[in-house]
Design a protein around this ligand. Structure first.
Ligand SMILES: [Zn+2]
Length: 344
């Protein structure tokens, strides 16, 4: 079968690899109907160092169950399933607490340890706990939005939860990638009154406004702090959804949060220590977040997707085949595309 393999910075290739197959009795084998390229795939795409082992990329997919091991009980061949970016047993103490990304038996797709979803097929460990069966056919019109339940919509929702968004709150979203845009959807869905999008790409801002952003701040640094304060009666926002992962983004988040406010960070941090610790302390800020337990959120978000109340699938602005995956990475890295869907 064919799969995308990352060999080094800027070097992702489509290759023939051994067919995915069942290994453990708790595995399922899934044929990939749709996968994606993620903003977080761009970190290794940009930063992979010489000597690091090759990686089979991709951690978001919808597919069809082709085979199940003898220990799989809730899935059957032919089920259309969404795959969260992390696998989990669904039974441990953390899974019961809804924190599936900390599952004691879990792990992540698209790593050196476990091949990813930018491929024709993949092996799903702990399939009963990991996969979510969708109540739709393989070619349903809502597939793009359903596919976002694999990562970006759940991750945007997690940012909003970690930042304690609720009815009537003021919110700022840092990051105009697919997660940032989904974070706007999530903030609105949870009842935020004011949603300030921090970004400057016209097409992304336009989409953010359609998703519910009420204001846009294009400035950066100290100017951004002042603009956000000007928009919030001098106070700053209750909730900051940090969807980038750079030190600058965290510094901005702390700079624009209102005293007593909360920051939900879901961008993978590429800095050693959280900056601006003194203002964060004096303003009594809560800094939370981490890898989103999207498996826990599918149940909550799915009805809104099926009823068309939210349309996160609109973040996809390019659809490619597996052969075009290298160009898909390039396009996302150059911010030519917001999010790329892959149809193997
Ligand atoms: Zn678990």
């Amino acid at each position: 079968m064919r799969a995308a393999v990352l060999y080094g910075a800027g070097d992702v290739r489509l290759e023939n690899v051994p067919d995915a197959r069942l290994i453990e009795p708790t595995d399922a084998l899934v044929t990939v109907s749709r996968a994606c390229i993620c903003g977080s795939d761009l970190w290794p795409y940009k930063l992979m160092k010489p000597g690091e082992p090759p990686r089979r990329m991709g951690h978001e997919a919808i597919g069809v169950v082709e085979a199940v091991g003898s220990g799989v009980h809730t899935l059957k061949v032919g089920d259309v399933v969404v795959m969260p970016f992390a696998y989990s047993d669904g039974t441990c103490v953390f899974c019961h607490e809804g924190l599936h990304t900390s599952c004691v038996h879990g792990g992540f797709f698209g790593t050196v340890e476990l091949p990813g979803a930018q491929a024709e097929a993949l092996r799903i460990p702990l399939a009963d706990g990991t996969l979510f069966v969708l109540p739709v056919g393989e070619d349903h019109a809502l597939m793009p939005s359903l596919l976002t339940l694999s990562d970006v919509m759940g991750t945007g929702h997690h940012a909003a939860r970690a930042a304690k968004v609720s009815r009537g709150k003021t919110v700022a979203v840092i990051g105009d990638g697919a997660v940032g845009l989904c974070a706007v959807i999530a903030a609105r869905r949870l009842g935020a009154e004011q949603i300030i999008m921090m970004g400057h790409h016209p097409d992304r801002i336009a989409l953010a406004k359609e998703f519910g952003a009420t204001d846009v701040v294009k400035e950066r640094g100290e100017e951004a702090f002042q603009r956000v304060r000007a928009l919030t009666g001098g106070l700053g926002v209750h909730s900051v959804l940090e969807c980038v992962g750079t030190e600058e983004a965290m510094r901005t988040a702390i700079g624009i949060a209102r005293a007593g406010g909360a920051i939900g960070r879901v961008g993978v941090p590429h800095y050693e220590a959280i900056p601006a610790s003194e203002p964060a302390f004096y303003n009594n800020l809560t800094i939370g977040g981490g890898p989103a337990p999207v498996r826990a959120y599918i149940q909550e978000l799915l009805p809104d997707v099926l009823e068309g109340k939210i349309e996160p699938g609109r973040v996809f602005d390019r659809v490619i085949g597996l052969d075009e995956v290298p160009d898909g990475y390039r396009a996302m890295n150059e911010r030519e595309a917001i999010k790329v869907m892959v149809k193997p």
